[in-house]
Design a protein around this ligand. Structure first.
Ligand SMILES: CC(C)(COP(=O)(O)OP(=O)(O)OC[C@H]1O[C@@H](n2cnc3c(N)ncnc32)[C@H](O)[C@@H]1OP(=O)(O)O)[C@@H](O)C(=O)NCCC(=O)NCCS
Length: 165
């Protein structure tokens, strides 16, 4: 069974493999990270760990039994019990309910471990798979998102009140 693990330093090589293998797949639905991201991956990974340590965010990877990374699920704390959720799942693991299961698990952790009350995620109108994930995980549409937030596209915020279970 894949396991949702909090980001650690030793996840770096498997995450880089995941990002490189799926770069074109992700770029079809969300903004490409740009060459700089891959060139400076090691520094970027350390910066994420520092943010996590500082309590600004909580990052998670979905790890397969062989240690490969199947997905990433991140919470950026926005204050006032609210966090913004972001995620991506490998092309070769898509369509098997991985994202939905991990988002549901993260909702539980968000309430129990991080003391959050509300999760929000912005998704573009064309990203039907992401909208399905959010709906299946108990999120509801919550108004238009600023295109600057989703790669210049039109889209919506989705929100889930964690207290509602
Ligand atoms: C969105 C994403 C995380 C979904 O991951 P996943 O593990 O395949 O998701 P799940 O299997 O849990 O659910 C996907 C649902 O979308 C459906 N779906 C997938 N592609 C679709 C498409 N092009 N049109 C309509 N529905 C689609 C699946 O059938 C499934 O719905 P179902 O359970 O009713 O059959 C993954 O595609 C991804 O990483 N995409 C690129 C990054 C991204 O878009 N991140 C989200 C940013 S908001």
């Amino acid at each position: 069974m894949p396991e949702l693990q909090r980001l650690r330093a030793d996840h770096a090589p498997a995450i880089l493999d995941f990002e490189l293998a799926n770069r074109a797949y992700f770029a079809a639905s969300i903004s490409d990270r740009g060459d700089e991201y891959y060139d400076q991956f090691s520094e970027r990974h350390k910066a994420l760990l520092a943010e996590q340590e500082a309590g600004i965010a909580a990052f998670h990877v979905l790890v397969a039994e062989d240690g490969s990374v199947l997905g990433r699920f991140n919470l950026i704390f926005a204050g006032d019990g609210i966090a913004e959720l972001g995620y991506r799942v490998a092309e070769n693991a898509a369509g098997r309910g991985m994202a939905t299961a991990a988002v549901k698990e993260l909702c539980q952790r968000a309430a129990q471990q991080y003391g959050l009350r509300t999760l929000r995620a912005a998704t573009s109108r064309e990203n039907v798979a992401s909208q399905k994930v959010l709906t299946k995980a108990g999120f509801s549409p919550a108004g238009p998102a600023d295109p600057a937030h989703i790669g210049g596209k039109q889209g919506s915020w989705y929100q889930r009140n964690l207290a509602a279970g």
